[in-house]
Write a new protein. Structure first.
Length: 206
């Protein structure tokens, strides 16, 4: 009689796992499927509301160039955070070093300017690779590209000015340098806004 008891026990355990389920959903999906896919009827099923998407604009998925170039392009959203971080850090350090006159920060600004300029290069390169995979060249893309190239040129000029003139960093040179860094930061913010506009839609930052 012990094996009969064991068989009944196993049957009780297995029936809910292999059966068609006793939930309120009307579909035939498995437990691994998301809830929203299980219901087949209209109205609500298990608290999930059906939404009519027939009138929604369907965007085609972005084209994906293959190979290393395509892979580099898909790294663009990751790589752009490097120059954004370095350039904002440079602007803050320069504010403390040059505007307020804190000497330690002023010295730190020199290598930072070069690092910030170099950090733009992977962002630029991956941007060109990403642009190759975009189905339509929009005005936002062209603006974004030009602003980011301008930003890189300004930071590179600032770094060169600071490095070459570091022995005679006169008041005028400081003012020109501060202007270059300030303009580069502004272009970065506006350019990033246009980059995000391509991804998230109009009016992302302003
Ligand atoms: C230092 C230079 C650059 C920076 C800091 C930068 C920054 C950004 C940012 C913040 C975004 C939004 C990403 C997101 O939120 O997911 C973006 C998107 C984008 N950028 Fe750049 N960018 C740079 C250079 C370029 C260049 C030179 C091009 C093209 C020639 C370019 C093409 C694109 C494209 C196509 C997108 C949309 C990405 C997508 O659809 O996944 N970028 N960029």
């Amino acid at each position: 009689m012990r094996w009969v008891g064991a068989a009944v026990f196993l049957a009780v355990l297995l029936v809910p796992a292999t059966g068609t389920g006793s939930g309120s959903g009307t579909g035939t999906g498995t437990a691994a499927e998301p809830k929203a896919q299980r219901g087949t009827g209209t109205g609500t099923s298990e608290g999930v509301e059906d939404i009519d998407v027939s009138g929604a604009e369907v965007k085609p998925p972005p084209a994906k160039p293959s190979g290393l170039w395509g892979f580099l392009g898909r790294l663009h959203p990751l790589l752009v955070h490097v120059p954004i971080g370095w350039l904002i850090l440079l602007a803050l350090v320069d504010l403390g070093g040059l505007a307020i006159g804190y000497e330690t920060l002023e010295r730190a600004g020199r290598p930072l300017a070069i690092i910030a300029a170099l950090s733009c290069l992977p962002g630029l390169l991956s941007g060109f690779a990403r642009a190759d995979g975009v189905a339509k060249v929009s005005a936002a893309l062209l603006l974004h590209r030009n602003l980011m190239i301008g930003c890189t040129v300004l930071v590179a000029a600032a770094a060169a000015l600071r490095y070459l003139r570091r022995l005679r960093f006169t008041r005028t040179m400081r003012a020109v340098y501060a202007l270059l860094v300030g303009l580069a930061t502004a272009l970065l913010v506006i350019g990033a806004h246009h980059g995000a506009t391509m991804v998230y839609g109009e009016g992302y930052l302003f």
